[in-house]
Write a protein that binds this ligand. Structure first.
Ligand SMILES: Cc1cc2nc3c(=O)[nH]c(=O)nc-3n(C[C@H](O)[C@H](O)[C@H](O)COP(=O)(O)OP(=O)(O)OC[C@H]3O[C@@H](n4cnc5c(N)ncnc54)[C@H](O)[C@@H]3O)c2cc1C
Length: 384
């Protein structure tokens, strides 16, 4: 967003606070939550151009999964067993923290288990290997043959699956709202932050209405990271994801399902609505950038996928269609770093389509880093 000569001359309000968190998605909200826990006397303000959860955090499927959606075997091949296990444990710790803090918060948090279903024989082999690798590493996992996968997911046409007992689901908007509420921070919406400037004691956060002088700053703007901090544009890529929700159908599916190497995901809500998303791999060129829009071709692919694998959805009608912008990194790991040229300013982002499964704990990691407290081992994976 640019500002005209007339707009930028407008008198701005100047405020002094201890910490400004830019971004009221799950990453920013969680950082504010942990700042309050670690340093209760600090005055924290969360600013966002939208309401909390107005970005990806309010537009996702609400899966709280372990590891990546592809497979543990792929993570082991890319990262090695030690780092892949560290990453797995990070998502597990995130999930456990969400349960320990919000189990009774009315956010539809449910321990359902999860299934990654194989869309091809090769994927089935990889999932079988993942089950073995996880068991060898002492992390419970069960390989499902094709018939067992069909049974577990009320589906047909998959070649096998991986069942993880600790998989869970949540209402993502309610989760972010609950985190914001417990963060106890002032939340200022409708503010577009356009620049960060150094001062001798911290940083100035420039927005279209208010200018904040803060001793500490956290930037958690996800896919917009490269717009606010151009140095990050080669690290964080904006990638669009689309979903739809059907009208209610009789309940059949009790677990969240990822399939086709994470390119499709499905769950059914207790209200009967079926949520399905993905199909991005069929429209790679179109599904990049910041535009919030759905396309007919991709939405048809989502319906086709439902009809192919979930016969009980064959004649579904669609209630809502939407899109959201994710932030991808080359190695699919989120990143945390200090902002060059600014003391006591940290950025976080790049959850690569899995922020719900990592960001609550990541908020604690970021708060620790900002306050120079303890260092979580996962920082060795995330810090740039
Ligand atoms: C369709 C879809 C399905 C997904 N499904 C899942 C899933 O099931 N499980 C899972 O783990 N993950 C899923 N994800 C990914 C997950 O939603 C994201 O990884 C996560 O929400 C990222 O959180 P965030 O706080 O980093 O970003 P966001 O939620 O995008 O928050 C960033 C905030 O920054 C604000 N902002 C940006 N620029 C500025 C600025 N200049 N000034 C002020 N404010 C600004 C935005 O308004 C926004 O509110 C999905 C994503 C999508 C889009």
């Amino acid at each position: 967003m640019t500002l005209s000569h007339w707009q930028s001359r407008r008198d701005r309000v100047n405020k002094k606070v201890d910490v400004v968190v830019v971004g009221a998605g799950i990453a920013g909200a969680s950082t504010a939550f942990w700042l309050r826990r670690l340093a209760p006397s600090m005055q924290v303000v969360i600013v966002d151009r939208h309401e909390p959860a107005g970005g990806a955090s309010g537009r996702n499927a609400g899966f709280l999964l372990q590891g990546h959606a592809t497979s543990f075997a792929e993570d082991v091949d890319r990262l090695g067993i030690e780092r892949a296990t560290l990453f797995w444990d990070y998502t597990l710790e995130n999930r456990d923290l969400v349960f320990s803090e919000f189990a009774t918060a009315g956010i539809h948090l449910r321990e359902t288990g999860s299934v990654t279903a194989a869309g091809s024989p090769i994927e089935a082999e990889r999932l079988a290997r993942s089950a073995e690798l996880l068991r060898d590493a002492g992390r419970p996992a069960r390989y499902l043959d094709a018939a067992q996968a069909a049974d577990a997911t009320a589906s047909s046409g998959y070649y096998g699956g991986l069942h993880i007992a600790t998989g869970a689901v949540v209402d993502p908007v309610r989760l972010v709202q609950a985190i914001v509420e417990r963060a106890g921070a002032e939340v200022v919406t409708g503010l577009h932050v356009s620049a960060l400037e150094p001062t001798p004691d911290g940083c100035v956060v420039v927005s279209d209405r208010v200018t904040y002088e803060a001793s500490h700053v956290v930037v958690a703007v996800n896919a917009a990271s490269g717009l606010l901090l151009p140095g990050l544009s080669s690290t964080i890529r904006p990638v669009r994801a689309q979903m739809l929700a059907t009208d209610p159908l009789p309940i059949q599916l009790n677990v969240p399902v990822y399939s086709h190497e994470g390119y499709y995901y499905v769950r059914q809500l207790s209200s009967g609505h079926v949520l399905v998303g993905g199909a991005r791999h069929l429209h790679r060129a179109a599904e990049v950038g910041h535009e919030d829009a759905t396309t007919v071709a991709l939405q048809e692919d989502l319906s086709r996928y439902l009809r192919t694998h979930f016969s009980w959805c064959a004649s579904h009608t669609v209630k809502e269609r939407w899109s959201g912008t994710m932030a991808f990194t080359d190695d699919k790991l989120p990143k945390v770093g200090h902002i060059p040229g600014l003391d006591r300013a940290v950025w976080v982002g790049g959850f690569s389509g899995h922020g719900m499964s990592m960001a609550f704990l990541t908020g604690r990691v970021v708060a620790d880093l900002l306050l120079q407290r303890s260092r979580h081992p996962v920082l060795d994976l995330l810090e740039v």
